[in-house]
Design a protein around this ligand. Sequence first.
Ligand SMILES: *Cc1c(COP(=O)(O)O)cnc(C)c1O
Length: 340
Amino acid sequence: MHHMETIDWKNLGFGYRKADYNIRCWYRDGKWGELEVSDSEQVTMHMAATALHYGQEAFEGLKAFRGKDNKVRVFRMDENAKRLRNSANGIMMAPVPEDLFMDAIRKAVKMNEKYVPPFESGAALYIRPLLVGTGPQIGVKPAEEYLFMVFVMPVGPYFKEGFKPTDLVIYREYDRAAPHGTGIYKVGGNYAASLQAGTRAHKEGYSAVLYLDAKEKKYLDECGPANFFGIKNNTYVTPKSTSILPSITNMSLRQLAADMGMTVEERKIPVEELAEFEEVGACGTAAVISPIKRVYDADIDKEYTYGKEPGVVSQKLYDKLRAIQYGTEPDPYGWTEVIE
Ligand SMILES: *Cc1c(COP(=O)(O)O)cnc(C)c1O
């Protein structure tokens, strides 16, 4: 029995919700097959699949937005395609060709178009592509069979009570990724490694952990699932590190900051520099920017505080990027694609 569910667009959170269809593609005998459409939420795979034992799993996260003009736009999916290819190569999985990736996204959005929230709601359609090693191995080696999938769900605006600053915490006893390890790839293993610290941070009232570089514990790395940036003297500063995931939001904000006449620096940021920033934020697809009002360094009981309201630069960057995503301002770099 099928009934049209009425979705309360204004009160969506960020949680799994079933849409009608998902897209799948198998890699077998050394080549990718055709895109398949499924209405099942289940995946069947061999119990010795490498994804289950040796962590051969990578994913992506991006969004589609419905504009005032009712058009549905996907943001920078070519960059997600490149990044998934990089993650696949990084953990020895069959890379998904970029055209195949983008066709799967277009199809997943098109077929679930009724789940793309209305413009006024501030909500969006979250798109989750994933690539898993499904072929069996018991010796530690890459699988010979892979499944690439794309599923979608409507998600609410990240800031239900408005664009509000939160707190971060630094703990030196946990690392999420090692220098020259897998931190630069969007793989599940990094998330497993971040669960202990992340759960503790939430329990203690912080929105996320701000990790330091694992080797020296001297420099800022990133915030669990988001990149870090600081603003001072008309400069946008973000960490350069071999253990952080290159965020597409961060890349976009660097461009917008430069366009606003700011200096942009990608370099090592010593922890102590937290005292010099006028504004700090976390950035990623989920929220675009999460402004930060306080960073607490738990090991030395020291706090760095910022405004209780979002800073002017963060607000400007946030508004500009959202306007491009929703099609209310021109998109000079062709970051969005309208799904026809
Ligand atoms: C996905 C992710 C980000 C954010 O990247 P966006 O492309 O901006 O969404 C940042 N850090 C980590 C560890 C991530 O997995």
